[in-house]
Design a protein around this ligand. Sequence first.
Ligand SMILES: [Zn+2]
Length: 178
Amino acid sequence: MTNSTFQIRQLGDPILRKMAEAVMDITDNHTQSFLDDLLQFVLDKKGMGIAAPQVGISQRLFIMSSRPNSRYPSAPEMEPTFVINPEIVWSSSEIEKDWEGCLSIPGIRALVPRHTAIKVEYTSRTGESIQTEFFGFLARVFQHELDHLNGKVFLDRVENSLDIMMEQEWLKLISDNH
Ligand SMILES: [Zn+2]
């Protein structure tokens, strides 16, 4: 499969509302080449992350690919991370609202409340069991992507429709703030 065969699923597509299935054979060739293609795809799209259901694969895996760009100048630079069969095992009581967007909901931004710190477990692409913590922006990305595996999107968590903006207006707002 080459990444040109991926088509991003947009809000309304039922696959975005399904509970994704656990990944069984992480190291098999098919899964590994899917992971390579998905990585290339999210880098091309300059996404901070992407979950498999967003390209029509209802499996419990996502990529975190945070790096600074014009929309998120303060995004932490991280090696793209493959997160398979993730769980949040602890989350902070502290919650913070910040802006999110989604490749599956183009043109819209919203303020979304998320836990500021989480402890997580997942399997790496080599099949290793990982336990780690994320804070702030990366905790946000993890929670956003995990939601995709559970049939949720960021708009479901928005508390007030006044917290939703069109991207063009949001871009004006963030450029005023810099
Ligand atoms: Zn998303």
